[in-house]
Ligand binder design. Structure first.
Ligand code: ADP
Ligand code: MG
Length: 366
């Protein structure tokens, strides 16, 4: 039996950082870097990883054949378990995982791994799921595997991506639409080289703080709360300043997502100028109100703008990680190089840049 090949891309979020904590909008794009699974149907699961070595040896429904699932095998086990809970027949999978995505750089190699193995497991068992149902199962698998309480952004972007487009996704209703990127617009991602070690605890703390703010507005839909109402409640002492700042970020960021979508759809010179400002405002809001930027991310954003990026901001979980800069195709490589060398000269950590294009979402490719 010839092997089938499945592919799932990583993603970058253009804007809409942390809005999923209040069911707000996000605007990711799938990348032309991703995870590939080449496999055949088998009795049990036996996958190896070209990049990381080791094997995931599991029953078809995700139980380790010996000992406990470790390392990356935990993601495969968790995906198989989640799909079994949805009724996927017990058909195994034998083959190899390989990837062009950097691991741990914030481009969501974990979600790409979950989605690619999820698609492969569904296909060998003739089990079909709507893309968003598979995204939800993969998101639950991430919780199950490593306890990260992430939103739906990464997995949905990997499944819904479309070449040349960003995906405007409402994380509350899961309604989505495509936003075409202007011809030639290229995604330059610069990894600060500073690990995101506080990310999961930081995320959990922020989740709790936003929860506290929303409790103070009990009964109100998060996205209908206005800034003057937050200010008034804070002034009365009915909302603590930290929770107020977190909510201000989430709400203003949601407005920025819709503004960016509008600007991208009509990329006049004036609108592209405004796009740069909105990204800068978004970065400032993460720095000041959400408090998840770092001096390295601030510096990279400043450098990217100085070296000619159309727009730049931090992206992903914060507390380290990467920035996204938008550039025209013929300037993207030069932008990446000049940002990296200026950052290095300033004593910056080992940074890396990835010049990417918005790409199609996950699927079977042969
Ligand atoms: P990110 O998703 O930002 O890349 P994470 O820490 O969330 O970083 O996920 C990285 C983990 O995903 C790796 O430690 C590994 O367990 C798994 N993973 C990613 N790529 C591969 C691969 N090619 N082969 C096996 N496991 C992978
Ligand atoms: Mg991840």
């Amino acid at each position: 039996m010839s092997a089938r090949v499945f592919w799932a891309p990583g993603r970058v979020n253009l804007i809409g950082e942390f809005t999923d904590l209040a069911a707000g909008p996000v605007l990711p794009a799938a990348l032309d870097l991703g995870v590939r699974v080449e496999a055949v149907a088998a009795d049990s699961i036996d996958l190896s990883s070209h990049e990381l070595g080791g094997r995931a040896r599991l029953t078809a429904d995700g139980n380790p054949l010996e000992g406990e699932a470790e390392g990356w095998a935990r993601y495969v086990a968790a995906v198989a378990t989640e799909l079994a809970l949805l009724g996927r027949p017990d058909v195994g999978l034998e083959g190899e995982i390989s990837s062009t995505l950097p691991i741990g750089a914030g481009l969501s190699s974990s979600a790409a791994l979950e989605v690619a193995t999820g698609l492969a497991l569904c296909a060998v068992a003739d089990f079909s799921l709507e893309p968003l149902a598979l995204a939800q199962a993969a998101r639950r698998a991430e919780h199950r595997a490593v306890g990260v309480p992430c939103g739906i952004l990464d997995q949905a972007a990997s499944l819904l991506g479309r070449a040349g487009n960003a995906v405007l996704l409402d994380t509350g209703s899961l309604a989505y639409e495509y936003v075409p990127l202007p011809e030639g617009m290229t995604l330059v991602i610069v990894d600060s080289g500073v690990s995101r070690r506080l990310e999961s605890s930081g995320y959990a703390t922020r989740q709790e703080e936003v929860g506290r703010a929303l409790t103070a507005f009990a009964g109100r839909k998060p996205l209908e709360i206005t800034r003057p109402e937050i200010d008034a409640k804070e002034a009365r002492g009915a909302l603590d300043p930290v929770a107020a700042r977190r909510l201000r970020h989430v709400l203003s960021e949601g407005e920025r997502v819709h503004e960016v979508a509008r600007l991208l759809r009509e990329p006049s010179p004036a609108n592209l100028g405004r796009l740069g400002e909105v990204f800068t405002e978004g970065h400032e809001s993460v720095r000041r109100d959400w408090e998840a930027s770092t001096p390295e991310l601030d510096y990279l954003v400043e450098l990217a703008r100085e070296k000619g990026a159309i727009a730049a901001r931090m992206t992903g979980g914060g507390f380290g990680g990467s920035i996204i800069a938008l550039a025209w195709a013929d300037q993207a490589d030069e932008l990446a190089d000049s940002v990296l060398s200026a950052y290095g000269n300033g004593g910056g950590a080992a940074a890396k840049a990835y010049v990417c294009h918005a790409s199609d979402g996950a699927g079977q490719i042969s």
